[in-house]
Design a protein around this ligand. Structure first.
Ligand SMILES: *Cc1c(COP(=O)(O)O)cnc(C)c1O
Length: 356
């Protein structure tokens, strides 16, 4: 007697999306970004479907070890590098590639007892002012790293703040050029938005995340509609209750919705404790029995209410898609004032996941 809410993760869609990434960046190798438990899909569940990738990029040591223990022998990149000098012992033992974004990390590398050289991603601050060396510091950092016996290959890495924008790379690429001046070093710069829309930034290794899962880096589903990317995650449930409203009747907490006329509504077993966004307003798209309709009333912890006017045949047990093939996760996210990334990552552990 399980509650009818469940998610699916489509392995075929993952393989397909990785193939689309390869077509989009034919000259580059691919780091498949699987941080945050593979964007909420479950790293243990998905990594084999992405095994055609050249490497996996993530940021928790636990996730890296899970991959190694599962038999993944190819590269693993720690996107945020190491957090404490002691982490170098595991980086060495598990043969991980690490980003280096601060001088203290270079010092730690110099002092570490490593069994073999570790490959490094030298992170340059492209202007986003999160992690990384400023362009004028990058060459000194490179020279220090290059002189260390514990350092193997060095790659220049940067990330962009505004890659969705057609002009968003102009200044950041200038800063990266300044950092790389006189250095003969390969580069890894491109997130999903660059992988799709900025071939000038592909260089040696691209680092797509969100497009592997079939959602848009811009937050707008239309922007990837012609790419052939397929949604990997669906969130599904069923109608578990029905109400017939009269004009003026209120619905749910705060009576946030009032019926304008006679109206039939359905109660769906899915709420914010499942990862459905509590900020989803009246009008957020949802499908019932394959018919598009909308959320009405406040999202509760365990339930939402939906308009059944467009689907009069619907009743108890009717299938509901919260997001997936038909209702794009980007559309739900946009309505709720967030991005598909957040919704995927916020799927809660109480939702059973079926791998298909
Ligand atoms: C998360 C992340 C990516 C992937 O970003 P998407 O927008 O999901 O493609 C790439 N590089 C770094 C450094 C990241 O942190």
């Amino acid at each position: 007697m399980s509650r009818p809410v469940f998610a699916t993760v489509d392995q075929q869609a993952l393989r397909h999306n990785l193939a689309i990434v390869r077509q989009a960046a034919p000259g580059a190798r691919v780091w498949s970004v699987v941080k945050a438990n593979a964007y909420g899909h479950g790293l243990a569940r998905v990594w084999e479907s992405l095994a055609q990738t050249d490497g996996f990029a993530l940021l928790n040591m636990e996730e890296a070890i899970l991959l190694r223990d599962s038999g993944w022998r190819k590269p693993i990149l720690l996107l945020e590098g190491f957090f404490h000098a002691e982490d170098l012992e595991l980086i060495d033992r598990y043969r991980l590639t690490t980003s280096v974004h601060s001088n203290w990390q270079i010092k730690a590398l110099a002092e570490a007892q490593l069994s073999a050289p570790v490959d490094i991603y030298l992170k340059v601050n492209s202007g986003m002012n999160r992690l990384g060396f400023r362009p004028e510091q990058a060459q000194a950092a490179y020279k220090k790293l290059r002189a260390l016996p514990g350092v193997g290959d060095i790659m220049l890495m940067a990330h962009f703040a505004d890659a969705e924008n057609p002009d968003g790379l102009i200044e950041p690429l200038q800063r990266i050029e300044r950092a790389a001046e006189g250095l003969d070093i390969p580069r890894s710069l491109s997130n999903s938005a660059c992988t799709l829309w900025h071939p000038e930034a592909h260089y040696d290794w691209v680092r797509p995340g969100i497009i592997l899962y079939g959602a848009s880096p811009s937050g707008d589903w239309q922007d990837i509609a012609s790419t052939g990317l397929k949604p990997v995650m669906t969130l599904n449930s069923e109608i578990i209750g029905l109400q017939q409203l009269s004009r003026g009747d209120g619905v749910g907490y705060g009576y946030r919705y009032h019926a304008q006329q006679e109206q039939r509504i359905g109660v769906v077993a899915c709420g914010y404790a499942d990862g459905y966004p509590r900020h989803a307003p009246n009008g957020t798209p949802v499908s019932v029995d394959g018919v598009m309709t909308q959320v009405i009333g406040a999202v509760s912890m365990d339930m939402i209410t939906v308009d059944l006017t467009p689907c009069p045949q619907a009743g108890i047990g009717s299938k509901v898609e919260l997001w997936g093939e038909q209702v794009k996760i980007d559309q739900v996210a946009k309505a709720a004032g967030t991005v598909g990334y957040e919704l995927m990552c916020a799927l809660t552990p109480r939702v059973p996941v079926k791998v298909i």
